[in-house]
Design a binder for this molecule. Sequence first.
Ligand SMILES: [Fe+2]
Length: 187
Amino acid sequence: MNREQAHDILMKYMKGENYITHSYAVEAIMRGLAKKLAPDDVEYWGIVGLLHDLDEEQCDWQNDMSVHGPTSAEILRKEGIEDKTLFDAICAHNPKNGTKAKTALQYAILAADPMSGFVKAVAQIYPDKKVASVKHKSVMKRFNELRFAKGANRDYMEMIEFTGLSLDDLIDVALEEMTAIADQLGL
Ligand SMILES: [Fe+2]
């Protein structure tokens, strides 16, 4: 599956604008992480980011978090995709379905997902609300304020260390890659 096919599938199953921009943000961060960790697989890591929440509007995760992830794999199978690496990575972004991250790709998606929302939340407290204005230092400061954006799981973000990168690296990648597509993200 290439990026265009992945995007077509995403558009078929995801309609909410916030979900779609979140998918683009996580794709961008995953591509940035891949440039450091898996330079031959930048597009593939991006696709994992793009599709990680594919089932968001297709299953009742509000009542049962265990279905979030496995349902995306079912949808992709129905679309003729058979790719265990992709399915395992999508499932690993939500430990509440019982999947534990083991590979760099899986830890990367686990960490990139909350970081995308976290950087967005930090941008929104700036006067111009632009991700381009956000400084590394203020992301770190807010990271340690546990009441700020408390839905963004700090433990998952820190799991980036299992890939060999640091939390500082993840913040730098997120700021750079989200700034590069800020127009698309409305930031
Ligand atoms: Fe997500």
